[in-house]
Structures are given as structure tokens and as C-alpha cells.
Design a protein around this ligand. Sequence first.
Ligand SMILES: Cc1ncc(COP(=O)(O)O)c(C=O)c1O
Length: 401
Amino acid sequence: MFLGRIEMKFNEIQELEDGYQVTTYKKMGIAVERGSGASVWTSEGDRYLDLYGGHAVCATGHSHPHVVKAIQEQAAKVLFYSNLVYSETRGRVAEKLVSIAPPSLTKAFFCNSGTEANENAMRAARMATGREKIISFSGGFHGRTADSISATFLGKYREIGKPNVPFHVEAEFGNIDSVKSAADDATAAIILEPIQSMAGVREAAPEFFVQLRDLCDELGIVLVFDEVQTGIGRTGHWFFAGSDLAAGIEPDIVTLAKSLGSGVPVGACIFNERVSSHIKENDLGTTFGGGMLAMAAVLATIEAIEQDGMIENARLIEEVLREQTLDLPNVVAIHGKGCLLGIEFTTPAANIHGMLLERKIITGTSSDPNVLRLLPPLCTSQAQIGELVTCLVQTSAGAAS
Ligand SMILES: Cc1ncc(COP(=O)(O)O)c(C=O)c1O
């Protein structure tokens, strides 16, 4: 039985995984055995500082005790029943999620991943408008299923997703004139990552979101914020939508996944009345959506973020990181908000990522070769940011000499 301590050495684990899976992921040369907060421990017993948060998923930190307890208790009661029955847990989670969302977003739909949330958002927008065209942005990433990958104008993704779904049109992020020339009365939706994470943590001015909202209102277009990365506290707000980062504007749909279940796979759309009023029985659905185990994880995730003051901490992390890294010799700029940050270097980020990994700090790269991405748990401490800064000072000094 494979339940207790991992007993294999790293190269045995590597051989086992690579031997029986397609090698579609570029992996770091470690095997993670357990985690706590912003730390993970490997098969060799080494502790790593995880400033990549398990790929933007572990917002509450690894195996937060409140989340673990909720999952254990739910698992002992009932692991799963589908939406063919009612569930108190599911009802309470939907209520809670809507209560932290911008006021106009009033109805939730649960699914299993980010790409699926975006597929459903685009479908709902088409249902609500009776139109087909979707506008999305160069640099945005929305997932790997048919509609989501067709809305992804970033690197090779659309190419690997061929044949693409028709009626997807590209606009330039942050440039309202470009959006205006693509938008018309055949446009169902405009979908965007409000901070383009994978593209290198690219931001737009708050004014851009106001212009998008105005344009959508004028032409009857559904505005979708893909908050798969920015949602659930990561930017120092529960949602980018409705916050001062978006100049207070609210989209018609927000999509979520990643942090939502602290690592239990779950995605969601939250709709406003304008869109939800068009969604009828059997229009959207998925077997596993809203299953009790995932719902228990979502509720506990939101509670843990609230109880531990993690949203405030996310803002503090950004402040501390900016303060301590901006003056380093090879740092050009810090991009992003809260715990979604990109450090732009004068040198390739892949080298810095590698050097940090050798010093047992996990970070991420992006499609901008000079931007190192940090997606740390929202509970990361200032001292842990200090560990990163100490290493960067060493690597910066090395780069500057
Ligand atoms: C902004 C954004 N949207 C959608 C997705 C797709 O999510 P998933 O991998 O859960 O399908 C991702 C994944 O990285 C993402 O970053």
C-alpha cells in the first residue's frame, strides 16, 4: 500500500514517473513528500521554500490544518454525491463565495478546473447574448480545452490546440482602441486575465477596465474576468473584480480555480443576474462539479484566509518584496500585486530560477524571458521573503561583478 512515508530515493521516483507517464511536463529535479505553510520537504529530507505555491494553487499554504481537518471530516461523512441531490455543504459554499464576491455577482456554478470554468463562462456569454464572437488578448492564458485554448493568444498554445474554435479574435491588452476595432454587435464576450500572469505578470492601467466596462455596456457584450490566478485573495483583495485595481468596475462573470480549494481540484464561475437569468436546466453541467469533498475544501479555504488575515498579509508581502528587491543591481522592475509578482531582471530569469533552486527556493519563470514569477502562499512570512532576498543579493552580486 502506498499510503505512508515515501520510501524511494529521488532517482527511483523519477524513473518510475517517467517510465509510466507521457513526459509532457518540464519538471524540477525534486520529489515532494510533504508540505506545511510555504515549505515543502523532498524525498531526500531537504526543506525547500516554495514561493511558487504549488503552481499558484496553495494560497493557504501547504496542508493548512483547517483545510485538512475539513477535508478529513467531510471524507468520513460522504465523499461525493452529484448535483442530482441537495447538499448543505454545497449550499453554504455557494452562499459564502457569493458573499465575498463583488455585489453584482450573485450566482455560482461549480466545476473542476480553470479551463472548464472558462469554457462555461464563454458558453454562458453566448447563451446570454445569442452571439458567437469572443475577444481575448495577446499574452492571456485561459487553459487547454477547445474554447479556452482558442482564446489563448500566447506562444505555441493556439497552435497545439488546432483546429481552433472559430469566432475568436485577438486584441492588445491595455489598448482600448484595439478592443474597439475588434468589438461589434456580433461579440458575445470579452475575456481577460486582469493581470496576465504567464505572459510575465503584465498589468493594465485601472482606466482600461473602466473603458472595457463602458464598451461592453454600449455594445451588450459580456465581460469575463479570468481570475483563476488573481482570485481568492491573491492580489490582496478577494477578487481583482470590483477592487480599486479595476477602478471598482464589476465584470458580468468571474472564473476561479487554482487557490479555490487549496489543492483539491475545483473551479467555479460566478455570474451576475444579466447572465444567470439566461442559464436554464441542463445548459451547464459536469459530474464532479460541487462534489462534497471539493466543497468542504473551498469553504475551509475561504475561512482559513479570513481567520489568518491572509489578504492583509498578501499586501504586506508585496510591500516587503518591493522594498527589499527594487534596488538590487540587476532588478529592473517589480510587476504585479499581492502574492502575484514578477521580478524583471536585466538577465535571463531561467538562470536565476536555477540558482535559487540550487539554494532550495522554488520560484517560476514566465513567457517573458527576464521575468521571474512568484506565486507564494498568502501566509508566507516576511522572514521567508528575507530568505529570497538574501539569495538574490548573492546572485545579484554575482551578476553585477
Ligand atoms: C489565468 C488562467 N486561466 C486558466 C487556467 C487553466 O486552469 P487549469 O489548468 O486549472 O485548467 C490557468 C492555468 O494556469 C490560468 O493561469
